[in-house]
Design a protein around this ligand. Sequence first.
Ligand code: COA
Length: 172
Amino acid sequence: MRADTLAAEVEMRFLRPSPPRVSNAVPGDLGQLLVLYERAWGEPADPLSEEERERARPAAEDIAAWFRGGLEVFRLTHDQRLMGAVRCSFPSGSCHIDNLVVAPDLRNRGFGRALIEHCLARGRRAALPRTWAQVDARLKVAGRLLLSAGFQETGRHQTSDRRTLILFEKRN
Ligand SMILES: CC(C)(COP(=O)(O)OP(=O)(O)OC[C@H]1O[C@@H](n2cnc3c(N)ncnc32)[C@H](O)[C@@H]1OP(=O)(O)O)[C@@H](O)C(=O)NCCC(=O)NCCS
């Protein structure tokens, strides 16, 4: 192989962008997480009222509390940019997923799926028998995503403010 071809190949290998990766979020991510949730709920994929979107958005104090124990927050990053996040909690020996978001300009590319798969793998590693999530019935994209990741709808209930929540479950 010619030296200049080899040099070009080596350069390409080192300059090739690293793929997005899911890892544990840390308290230092708080600022970026806050911006991500603000943007994600500012431009939702499904129709919710402005007040509901406001309520869905965690405040800085909420996110800070997530890091004080008992919960795990996963982030999807690419070249230092925070592109998505999800939170797992572990009530009664199960894995509960919530606060799933992907940045609006990066949706529908499989990143939401990657975050869900990471939570499922986390539950399996801890030998937890089931992973579940509760989703507003109007959040069709999230519902479809859970079904395509192997979750099943196991129930529905109405909240006092007349929202329908769907319970999705997957056996690990
Ligand atoms: C829900 C959300 C996290 C999905 O993230 P995403 O990166 O777009 O999801 P993916 O690209 O992994 O797509 C997952 C599935 O949804 C489908 N999908 C994604 N965006 C879609 C859209 N706008 N319209 C139709 N289908 C869509 C994909 O085709 C895919 O289905 P498949 O696996 O059968 O092919 C993202 O839309 C979001 O942040 N929404 C606002 C916040 C929210 O609703 N969070 C959920 C609260 S529980």
